[in-house]
Every structure is written in C-alpha cells, then in structure tokens.
Design a protein around this ligand. Structure first.
Ligand code: FHN
Length: 434
C-alpha cells in the first residue's frame, strides 16, 4: 500500500486538497522589492522600522482575497504572520511592532482567518523562527545565554497567541530556523504544545532538527520531521505527504514591482506535475503595499481556476499516476479505476499509444465534452484512436480512461530510464525480451 493510504485521517483533507495559496504580505511590501529587502539591501534597521510603522494598507479586504482564492480553486491558504523582518500582522502582546499598535490599527490575521474560514477554505499560518530584529537569535545559547532565553520566550508566546486567538488553525508553515537548531529552540516541546492547542493541525518539516544540509536543501527541511515535506521551487516526490511551494513570479515571495510572472500554463504544469507525483502545490502571491492582489496574479489564478472547474476531478483527491511513459505528452493521475491523461502537449496525431499498461482498459473519453474515443488493447499496449488534430482545450486537454481495476503498469513501466536491471535493456536491444 502506497504512503497515500497510510495518511492519518486528520491529514486526509491536506492529501486530497492538492492546491493551496501562500500569501507573503507585510511591511516589506511597502518597498516593492521582495520580502527580504531589509537584509538583501543591508538596510539600517531603524530606517526600515520607521517606514514599517507608518505602513497602512487601506485597501486590504480579506473578503476580496478569499473570493479570488475560492474562484481560483485553492482549497487552503497560508498567510505570513511574521516574516524574518519582525513585523507582526496580529494583536501580539510581545511587541508593539505589529499592525494593531502601528498605523493600520487592524488585526490582519483576525480578518484573514475569518474571511478564509467563512468560505470553507482551510486556514493556514506561516511563522518565521528567526527575527532579524533579535540579535540574541543569532548569538544563540552560547553567545548570549540570557538573551537567548528571552528570544525563546518571545517565540513561544507568539506561537501560543497564534494558536489560541484565531479559532481553528488547520495548517502551520514554520520557516527560517538557520542558524539555530530544534534542540536549542525547544521545537519538540513547542510542537507538542501546538498539537494540544490545535489537535488537527498539520505542521511542515522546517523544525530545525540537525540533519544533512543536502536533505534540508532538497526537502525544505529533514524529510523525517514534521507532517509534510516542503521542497521549495522544486518538485521532489517523497514517501510521505509533501507540498512544493512555488512563487507565481520568477523569484521573490513578497510583492516586487515589475516582477515577471510565470504563465498560467507554467503554473498549471507545476500543479499537475506535483499531483502526478503524489504531492501538493502551494502557489505564492505577494499582495501590494495597499493590500490589493496584483492583477497579474489574479488573472492567472482565475484562469487556472476556470480549468479546474472542468478538470478538477483529475487533480483534487487524485493519487500519483506516473505509470506509463506519457511523459512526451503530459501527466497522469489516478482515482480508483480511473486514469486521467493531462496533456501539456497536443501533437495532433490521431492515435495515442500507451505502453506498459498491465490493466485492461474499458473506455476513454474527453473530459469537458464527454466525447467517447475508440480504444484498442493488445497485451500491455493501449491505443486511443480518432484524436482530433486540434486540442479541445486552450490550456490542457484531459482524457479520462476507465479500467477494470486500479490501473497498474509493468516492471518496465515502473522502472524508469537509468533505473532497475540493466539486463532488461540488453534483452530489449536484442529483441529478446521475456
Ligand atoms: O527566506 C524565506 C523566504 O523569504 C520565503 O519565505 C520562503 C518561502 O518558503 N522561505 C524562506 C526561504 O526558503
């Protein structure tokens, strides 16, 4: 049984949701040069702080955000409550550097959680362990024992506020542990406390356990910690729940003026790739300084939402379906005895040949139009015929294949190139396959 079916009941919503929205928003948006401008431009902390305290996003409307997210097909959302720059978007008693005490006089986390929950989306929060305004975080327990204890208390109090002041929180994305480790921060105890306060919450793997840097780079944290892996701007399948976090732009997570955006097709391809390999994708938006969503993001996410209205069945709740070499055309997902062929490329050929199909196909039809397509199967090869020269869908057409059982592949299909027993290549080269 794949890891898929071993997922604890309380996390099955996440497994089946497939598609979330990441929101990087804070005082840094004021500078319109990404979420890390304070550090990347080596700014003076006081100078930055003075501007941040005056930041007042008058046009922020959480209901407007939530409406766009629902129409875009997102099933959960995650808002940065405090990024590395230290500015807090909620009513915290740990510092006055927050959106209630400063110019906005608003609790943005409260407005966001209410609007998201009201529309039936799962509520997620992002929290950065590190805070660039806390030198003690970088001096650590050796460099500044007393100061380090104060930072630990600051972190624990802030997490407790987020877990107790805003109702049911479904998802928590920790970030920014470097250079500290879980044993220093007390991550295990903090996570235990979180799970007591929010029993159903799913927590990511950026918890600072001491592990090899290569694994941390690849999986966004240690693949054996937390409830889900977090490959960043990458797609790294793993034998546990995982979610690829992706910017909609070329680079930064926070709003960046004149940033280039990935196209709707590039974003949808990433989502289909993640689902075909057994994971989720969370797509990031950096709202503007005034609190509105960039038009470039809204147009793309609504276009993908429109595609999901028709073809979402091939994504939501679907399992990894990377069965047979459909790679030259697109991605495959599976649901019970159904396989979905999601075409990124429409080559215009009238027949599609699918090798290594060990299960017996029953029917094929275009999703959307429902048009039935003739099929023929000889042994492990399945042909789908009478395909039109032009694609039926501007983005990605989908063919729905029904089988007599949950579709399976052959050994050849399961072992990808550069894997498995080289002898099979030799037998194949001689035309003497068993
Ligand atoms: O440094 C952050 C970055 O600003 C952003 O928040 C991403 C999102 O996953 N996390 C860190 C970089 O890995």
């Amino acid at each position: 049984m794949s890891f898929y079916m071993k997922v604890p009941e309380k996390f099955r919503w996440f497994r089946d949701a497939k598609y979330g929205v990441f929101i990087h928003w804070g005082a840094y948006s004021l500078f319109e040069r990404g979420e890390q401008v304070l550090f990347r431009e080596h700014m003076d902390q006081r100078e930055y702080e003075e501007k941040a305290r005056a930041w007042n996003p008058a046009k922020f409307d959480a209901d407007e955000w939530a409406d766009v997210f629902v129409r875009s097909g997102f099933k959960y959302a995650c808002l940065t409550t405090r990024h590395h720059d230290g500015y807090c978007l909620w009513d915290t008693k740990t510092t006055d550097y927050n959106s209630v005490c400063q110019a906005p006089r608003r609790d943005f986390v409260a407005e966001y959680t209410q609007a998201i929950r009201k529309r039936g989306l799962k509520v997620g929060l992002y929290y950065s362990w590190c805070d660039w305004r806390k030198p003690e975080y970088y001096e650590g327990p050796e460099g500044n024992p007393q100061g380090w204890e104060c930072v630990k208390t600051y972190i624990r109090r802030q997490i407790n506020e987020l877990m107790t002041q805003y109702g049911k929180i479904d998802y928590l994305f920790f970030d920014g542990t470097w250079p500290r480790y879980a044993d220093e921060i007390g991550t295990v105890e903090i996570v235990e406390e979180i799970r007591k306060l929010q029993p159903g919450i799913i927590i990511n793997n950026r918890l600072g356990y001491r592990g090899n840097q290569e694994e941390i780079d690849k999986f966004g944290g240690l693949s054996d910690e937390g409830d889900f892996g977090t490959p960043e701007q990458n797609v790294f399948p793993q034998d546990k729940l995982w979610e690829s976090c992706q910017t909609a732009t070329w680079r930064w997570w926070g709003y960046t003026k004149n940033e280039r955006y990935k196209s709707s097709a590039e974003i949808l391809k990433l989502l289909c790739e993640c689902v075909s390999k057994g994971g989720n994708m969370i797509l990031n938006v950096g709202p503007k300084p005034d609190g509105t969503l960039p038009d470039e993001f809204v147009s793309r996410s609504l276009r993908i939402g429109k595609w999901l209205d028709t073809y979402g069945e091939a994504v939501y709740g679907a399992e990894d379906g990377d069965l047979t070499e459909f790679a030259t055309c697109g991605y495959q997902t599976i649901k019970g005895s159904t396989m979905y062929l999601i075409f990124n490329i429409w080559n215009g050929c009238s027949t599609l040949r699918l090798p290594d199909m060990a299960s017996e196909a029953v029917s094929a039809q275009f999703m959307g139009s429902g048009k039935e397509l003739p099929i023929e199967q000889k042994g492990n090869v399945l042909w789908i015929r009478e395909l039109p020269k032009e694609p039926q869908e501007e983005l990605f057409p989908v063919i729905k294949l029904e089988f007599k059982e949950k579709p399976r592949t052959t050994v050849w299909g399961a072992q990808r190139q550069w894997q498995g027993d080289p002898q099979r290549f030799a037998d194949w080269a001689r035309g003497q396959e068993k």
